[in-house]
Design a binder for this molecule. Structure first.
Ligand code: FES
Length: 77
């Protein structure tokens, strides 16, 4: 069973990140937290610090009516 999702043919989700590669893939090791309590990863494709969130989703949501936000990876306590 394949779950269907809404699809818009209005254009690419990714406006300009790593357009020189066929597929943008990033991997994260939990060791990458490097002492931080949490790291925020972008899911809106608008961050200038992609794959990290820089808060650009706020302007994107306001302009588009979207509701996207980051993936928060938290260190274990
Ligand atoms: Fe993309 Fe925050 S900047 S989710």
């Amino acid at each position: 069973l394949v779950q269907q999702t809404a699809f818009s043919a209005s254009g690419p989700i990714n406006p300009d990140i790593k357009k020189d590669v066929d597929k943008v893939v990033d991997s994260v090791s939990l060791n990458d937290l490097d002492g931080k309590k949490q790291v925020s990863y972008c899911r809106c494709w608008r961050s200038a610090t992609f794959p990290l969130c820089n808060g650009a989703h706020v302007a994107h949501n306001k302009a588009s009516g979207d509701n996207v936000g980051p993936l928060l990876v938290k260190a274990s306590e």
